[in-house]
Design a protein. Sequence first.
Length: 297
Amino acid sequence: MVVGLVGCGNWGRHILRDLVSLGCEVPVVARSPESSARANEGQAVVIVADIRSLPALDGIVVATPTSTHAAVLEEVLERQVPVFCEKPLTDDPASAAELAARAPDRLFVMDKWRYHPGVQELAAFAREHRLGAVSGVKTVRVGWGISHTDSDPVWVLAPHDLAIGYEIFGGFGHPESAVAQWRNGDAVHLSGVLRGDGWWQTLEVSGRAAEWKRTVELYCEDGVAVLGGGWDEHVTIYRGGLAGVEEERIETKGELPLLAELRAFVEHLQGGPPPRSSAAEGAAAVSTIAMLRSLAA
């Protein structure tokens, strides 16, 4: 497979590494000396300055800054090959909807948390009612600062937690309420509530939190199932009444989420099923974030 990579920043270099490990030849679009150096170190087969200069491809991965996604996708979709875009699809509901309508069957979103073994275990708990009826899920994704400079923390962080909710419940909840802290027009912290069909999700995302934290808590009738961190390879089950608690640890070792989602994309290029997040789902996530921001404003 020849898979083009547009963008080779601090995250794009990891995408390049994993594509190469999957046996792909990867030509890279890199526009800065730093990106070119990362592409060279990552064994790109060729490095070009623009999308037009890419050779014939089987597929394309887009890993440019969020604010550039709409323009980059408009151009790469002309290649008529499947495209895998880093989340969010865009930071604007209208452009996201237009792109989803233009390429519904060959544009996909890189929601790596849908491939996390711990999240998949929580989804199985919810689906099989292992802890009784499910009430909802609480997700927390906070820390100080973000590595992206073109989009605020809510656009960067919230797509992850919406994807987790989607994987567990099979859909997005409808935004019900939200509060946020705004600085110079940017949402730097947001807490929101979403309501689904018989379930709820609360999410907290922040780029101005003193503690770095990534947690998912699934609340059920007979207990709570917790993924305590993004690197955790286990889920902890808490049962019992208010007088005491019993803990059970369930191992969830598996492939790293980035490698797993890229493997799914490469296998799709070879005739396999599509990646988990379609363009329509990516556009719905953008719309949901926009609604939360509007409620918080």
